[in-house]
Design a protein around this ligand. Structure first.
Ligand SMILES: C[S@@+](CC[C@H](N)C(=O)[O-])C[C@H]1O[C@@H](n2cnc3c(N)ncnc32)[C@H](O)[C@@H]1O
Length: 319
């Protein structure tokens, strides 16, 4: 009996079944938003028994041009150092910081960062790169375990402590009370595609607009679709499809950011990296008080007034 042939046959069958399941997740009935949110909550914020072994973030194994869809642990999906490995983890932070600096420079913004909040910090890959050069760093996530891991990683590169914010997936605004207009930079990287639909993603942009000081900048990444390559918007089975739950057209996200009161200034694309494909990164700025956000595609101009009652507490720990 040829064991190699049997193994190859089993792998092909498993691959075929996976494709079939994903196809039915696209065309089958849609699970309601509350069911998807519950599933997202139990996956990210539940205990390890509740989350189970399944995830579906495609990891491109180094050296492979095709990429392989494989079962990925929760720690890998959360971008923990031990989950994606040292090289990939360091690359995430270094590449995001380099891209961020390129956009800041192109916008003629000052190099110092001030107060930075990262929405969905995971295992701290970006935090370890940005926190050492920030005046204050606030790590926010829906998973308390990831917050602990993020703090642990940052403590190896920054002596001053960072703050943490625990987000409830279904009430994300709650965590931010008192922080309105107190952040200079809002980071959200490798998170929006995991939201259960475009409206949840846009809700996070609205939060960014509230947290930023006038003149502050959001550095936000989405997964994009195009007419030719349209990653599926899945309708159900969050756990299986989490890496592609929410995608936007590149121009669609540009316009929707403006509708949230954030002025889209620049964008850069990463069609493929070792983790996945179709990444678009936006530099969005909050206009100075009284300035207008121009809709770059529509022909209207909207005036943006000041939000809330003023500056939130700086230097106070939360959670
Ligand atoms: C793929 S990891 C990305 C971590 C980090 N931003 C990075 O670039 O390495 C996604 C993180 O987003 C968190 N997350 C998932 N849904 C979220 C939501 N709706 N709001 C905030 N964070 C969320 C997860 O707990 C996880 O830590």
């Amino acid at each position: 009996m040829n064991h190699e042939l049997i193994r190859a046959g089993r792998a092909r069958t498993a691959h075929g079944l996976g494709r079939l399941r994903r196809a039915t997740d696209r065309v089958g009935w849609r699970q309601g938003p509350s069911r998807l949110i519950d599933d997202a909550k139990s996956y990210w914020a539940g205990n390890s028994a509740a989350r189970g072994p399944m995830g579906s973030l495609p990891i491109r194994t180094p050296g492979s041009s095709t990429g392989t869809q494989q079962r990925v642990t929760w720690e890998a999906n959360s971008h923990w150092r031990g989950g994606i490995g040292d090289d990939a983890w360091c690359e995430v932070g270094a590449e995001h910081l380099a891209m961020f600096r390129m956009l800041r420079k192109a916008l003629d913004n000052p190099p110092d960062l001030g107060v930075v909040i990262e929405w969905g910090c995971g295992g701290g890959a970006n935090a370890a790169a940005f926190a050492p050069i920030s005046e204050r760093f606030i790590a926010a996530d829906v998973s308390r375990e990831s917050l602990v891991e993020c703090v642990r990683q940052v403590s190896t590169v920054r002596s001053a402590p960072i703050d943490t914010l625990h987000i409830e997936i279904d009430h994300p605004e709650r965590a931010t009370a008192g922080l309105e207009e107190s952040c200079d930079i809002f980071l959200c990287l490798y998170v929006l595609e995991l939201t259960t639909g475009p409206e949840e993603a846009i809700r996070i942009l609205q939060i960014a607009e509230r947290l930023l000081v006038p003149g502050g900048m959001a550095f936000v990444q989405i997964k994009y679709h195009t007419a030719e390559s349209r990653p599926p918007r899945y309708k159900r089975n969050y756990r299986r499809n989490l890496a592609n739950m929410t995608t936007f057209g590149i121009d669609e996200f540009w316009v929707r950011s403006a509708e949230c009161g954030l002025e889209p200034k620049l964008l850069t694309l990463v069609p493929k990296n070792r983790l996945d494909s179709n990444y678009a990164y936006y530099a969005l700025t909050k206009p100075a008080v009284g300035a207008a956000v121009e809709y770059p595609i529509a022909d209207t101009v909207r005036s943006v007034g000041p939000f809330g009652s003023g500056v939130g507490p700086r230097g106070t720990a939360s959670q």
